[in-house]
Design a protein around this ligand. Structure first.
Ligand code: APR
Length: 261
């Protein structure tokens, strides 16, 4: 996308943000690729290198080899306590500081929206958060920075140091129920929004992908910032086929200028 087109589209998106009273931002893995975290369905993404069928809750609980593979996938791709927010995360935090953001609903488990400065009570993590692992026997929680060194030292299936029970990352695996209260509140916020900005998602995984649908069905306008097409592109008032960092920085900058900050 050439910079003139991007500028004009960012201008339109900024105007929609200024007019809105309840902006919900919906993010997927594509917002974190510029932080060095691979997404799932781009060429070279996680599902190009690993089989999603191995990433089900049923296999994790019942098949030690699958459990080993799932910890390996997390170690190789998603266990990123070193990742830092990129300009797209920073732009969303800026919109929060400008009092223009109701909340972020994210499919990501990387904690980068919180690291960028959006308060935890304004981030709804539909697929959990990779900051913790939980013992399924005694319930003890382990922070990520205690688990990662154990994996780096070659432990393939970390277990609970307290009771030797099975440790499970605090994320939602395929076939697993999403956290009910988070999903309920995120759905409520989406339905109450008057503007929904989708950033970095193929919008193919449910029920997460229902969020922007709920927003649009409730009358919200839709902005999509995504490098590839999505099933909702035709419903977008503004469709930006550009990198999230560049597009969101430009949008946030225009909002700041328009509010005179
Ligand atoms: N800027 C804009 N868009 C980007 C960027 C970027 N820098 N990098 C990638 N993208 C786009 C890709 O083109 C793709 O359309 O982001 C999208 C990422 O889509 P997916 O990899 O499918 O990620 P996501 O939609 O979050 O997947 C949903 O699937 O595997 C499960 O639980 C996992 O939460 C995940 C869910």
């Amino acid at each position: 996308m050439d910079s003139q087109d991007l500028d004009a589209l960012a201008e339109k998106a900024a105007d929609l943000i200024l007019e809105s009273r309840k902006l919900v931002v919906f993010t997927g893995a594509g917002i974190s690729t510029e932080s060095g975290i691979p997404d799932f369905r781009s060429p070279g993404g996680i599902w190009d290198r690993f089989d999603p069928d191995d990433f089900t809750i049923d296999k994790f609980l019942n098949n030690p080899e699958s459990r080993r593979k799932q910890w390996h996938i997390l170690k190789e791709g998603l266990l990123t306590d070193k990742a830092l927010p990129n300009p797209a995360h920073d732009a969303i935090a800026e919109l929060y500081r400008l009092d223009k953001l109701d909340c972020v609903i994210t499919q990501n488990i990387d904690n980068l929206h919180q690291k960028a400065g959006v308060p935890g009570d304004r981030v709804f993590e539909l697929h959990g958060n990779m900051q913790w692992a939980i013992c399924l026997e005694c319930g003890r929680r382990y922070p990520l920075d205690e688990i990662k060194p154990r994996l780096d030292r070659g432990e393939e299936i970390p277990d609970c140091e307290e009771c030797r029970g099975m440790l499970k990352p605090d994320i939602v695996m395929f076939g697993e129920q999403l956290p009910v209260k988070v999903l309920e509140e995120a759905s409520r916020r989406a339905m109450a929004s008057d503007l929904c900005i989708v950033i970095g998602s193929t919008l193919v995984v449910y029920p997460a992908a229902l969020m922007p649908i709920y927003a649009v069905e409730s009358g919200a306008k839709l902005v999509i910032v995504n490098l590839s097409s999505t099933p909702m592109d035709h419903q977008a008032a503004v469709l930006i086929r550009a990198k999230a960092g560049e597009a969101m920085s430009k949008i946030a900058q225009k909002v700041k200028e328009k509010v005179g900050r």
